[in-house]
Design a protein around this ligand. Structure first.
Ligand SMILES: [Zn+2]
Length: 113
């Protein structure tokens, strides 16, 4: 794995977080692969986007999982008992972090859940 390739780095970070929540099943990994290949085209059209691509891929996977398996990743960081998800913040920017959508608490950098 070469971390110099922003797409491979992004893939590794999202895969780590899927694994951390036990969601790294074949369907989720396939969703991730599709997101990476679609974003490869996006980065080729907009090279400056390479700095943001990890957060974009995480959100692509999150959206695709919502349609199939449900909310991911679930927040376990705050006191809110009703299941709710983490969101990437900033939505389009460098150094993406998972933030609790209810409390606004920053939970972990992408790739470190
Ligand atoms: Zn929360």
């Amino acid at each position: 794995m070469t971390m110099d390739d922003p797409l491979m780095s992004a893939r590794a970070r999202v895969l780590h977080d899927l694994h951390a929540s036990g969601n790294d099943d074949p369907r989720a990994v396939s969703i991730l692969e599709d997101a990476v290949s679609e974003r490869r085209w996006w980065v080729s059209e907009w090279p400056e986007g390479a700095a943001y691509v990890a957060g974009q891929i995480a959100q692509d996977v999150q959206d695709a999982l919502l349609d199939s398996v449900g909310r991911w990743p679930l927040c376990r960081a705050c006191d809110e008992v009703e299941p709710h998800e983490l969101r990437i913040n900033p939505e389009l920017g460098p150094d993406p972090r998972w933030v609790c959508e209810r409390s606004g608490m920053a939970v972990a950098p992408l790739g470190e859940l």
